[in-house]
Every structure is written in C-alpha cells, then in structure tokens.
Design a protein around this ligand. Structure first.
Ligand SMILES: Cc1ncc(COP(=O)(O)O)c(C=O)c1O
Length: 292
C-alpha cells in the first residue's frame, strides 16, 4: 500500500483524511511541488525547496517546516514507498501546503489556522522508445491563466482545462500564448532551437520557473551548447528547428508536430539528442550519489 505524510503522520493513502473545511479544498488556497527521486535520491531538492519558499511567500503563508525537516520527511516517505529494488526505481514526490482548516467559509485569511501539509509519492515512467523516436504533438492555445504564473499554486483549473483541450485534440500539451508570445506549456516549460541556438523565455510572472528548465540551461552552458533566455513569438515558434517541453516528470519532450505542421524535419533534432544524453548522464550521477 502507498504511504502518505499528512500533518505529522505517515499513514496509508486509503486512511488519510482532511476536513471538508480545508481551504485547499474550498478555495485552492495553497501551493505545491513535484520533486523527482532517482534510486531514492531526491533530485535538485535545494532548488525545489527554494521555489516552495518563494510560492509560500507569494501567498503569505509561513513555511511550516525547516529545510532539514522537509528532507527527513521526504526521504522517509520514499523509503516507506520503495519497492523491491529501490536503487533502480524512479519516483516523484508530490507535496502541498494549504492555508489549513477554518470553520467558517470566508475568503479572508483565517486568524488561527494551522497549514495542512501533505506529501505522497508516485512512480515516474521513463520516455517510451516510440516517443523518443518520433516526438509528440502539441497545440497552441490562448493563455487563459492568471497574472501570477510564477507561483506554483494548487489552483490549477485553467491549466486543467487547457491540458484537456490538448488531449481532446490528440496532443500531449498545450503551448500557451499571450500577446503574441509563447510562454510555456500547461504543465511544462518551453524551449526552441533557432539557427542552432537554444532559446527559452526569460523568467517572469508569465511562467513557472521550472527546475528542469534551469538544469537544461546549466547543462547547455557547461557543455558549450549556444543558448539564451529570450522571448519566443508565436511566429518564431512556427519556424523553429526544434521545440522541447521540459518538466520534472516528463523530462525533455521533443515536439515534432505543432498544431497542423511538422517541426523542423519532423523528427527529434540533434540538439535534443545531445541534451537528453547530458540530462540522462546527470540523472545517473544523482542515482549513484555523485551529484545532487
Ligand atoms: C505550468 C508549469 N510550467 C512549468 C513546469 C515545469 O517545472 P519543473 O521543471 O520544475 O517540473 C510545470 C511543472 O509541472 C508547470 O506546471
């Protein structure tokens, strides 16, 4: 059975309960993180906990746990959910903090509620060989989200509707466009290759500062792959040699079809091949304890 952490206790998923008065349930008043773990080792934990802190600060909620407490809880949770061969398993930790339970449903902050803290794990499935060879399809949609997309809020209704629209159109992701600029996917960051240069939009409230995004930029810089942070217009995206989507659980997905047209040659490109090899090597270093 799957074990979850809820408000100080480790318990079976089936037994975990929160109040219907929880503000996460009633208002979507909370923030979250998704952190991969390879062979039981948490990947980029420091940057994830820093982003959690930034999200909590943005919604004016005090972090209920110190960094070392988070680490201990998440490592214990991974151990409690490990299978027969923990060294080979890839899991992701989902954690969320809400503004807690208040007995009156009122938008304003309650005076004395304790935050609700939940963490659980699920397996990460690696990219299947078919996707690796062919890439995936994405569609572009108007970005209908709010003005604070840099906050990892649990309030995800716009993202849910956008992703479902993509799925209904037989695409794996919606690339979101506002004022003529392509910002990111419904649950991923956006990269393109133009004249052999890797480009991703700069950090701003229009997009989530992805941990995978930052790592891809670091790996590019360390390995001499030309890259820059720059706006991507929809017109430029349509001319791109390569398009990728990045996230902690989907890693680096090559987009080979955008709306009704193929991207570049219609196959995952050479820069993607190179970056994927670097990313996988980094993951293996984390698994062996050579990197964090
Ligand atoms: C809207 C959005 N952008 C980007 C990302 C990618 O972030 P990360 O690489 O930290 O998983 C996510 C992750 O789910 C997301 O929801």
């Amino acid at each position: 059975v799957s074990i979850v952490y809820l408000n100080g206790r480790f318990e079976p998923l089936e037994e975990a309960r929160i109040s219907v008065m929880d503000r996460g349930f009633l208002f979507g008043d909370g923030v979250y993180e998704v952190i991969p773990a390879y062979g039981g080792r948490l990947f980029r934990l420091g940057p994830h906990l820093q982003r959690l802190q930034n999200s909590l600060d943005a919604i004016r909620l005090i972090n209920p746990l110190a960094t070392e407490q988070w680490r201990e809880i998440l490592e214990t949770l991974l151990q409690r959910n490990a299978g027969a061969q923990p060294e080979t398993e890839d899991q992701a930790v989902y954690l969320q903090v809400t503004r807690g339970v208040a007995m009156k449903r009122d938008h304003r902050f309650p005076e004395d509620s304790a935050p609700t803290v939940l963490a659980m794990t699920h397996p990460i499935l690696s990219l299947d060989p078919d996707t690796r060879a062919r890439g995936v399809r994405a569609i572009t949609l108007p970005d209908s989200r709010w003005q604070h997309c840099h906050v990892k809020a649990i309030t995800l209704l716009a993202n849910v509707l956008l992703r479902q629209e993509a799925v209904d159109a037989e695409a794996v992701e919606a690339i979101l466009v506002k004022d003529g600029l392509a910002n990111e996917g419904a649950a991923s960051n956006l990269f393109m290759v133009k004249q052999d240069v890797l480009i991703t939009p700069p950090k701003s409230p229009r997009l989530l500062p992805g941990i995978t995004r930052d790592l891809v930029l670091d790996l590019a810089r360390e390995n001499g792959i030309p890259c820059r942070e720059d706006e991507i217009s929809l017109d430029e995206l349509r001319q791109a040699e390569e398009i990728w989507l990045t996230s902690s659980t989907r890693e680096i997905l090559p987009v080979t079809e955008l709306d009704e047209s193929s991207v570049g040659t219609g196959r995952p490109g050479p820069v993607w091949n190179r970056m994927t090899a670097l990313y996988q090597a980094y993951k293996e270093a984390v698994r062996d304890g050579r990197a964090a």
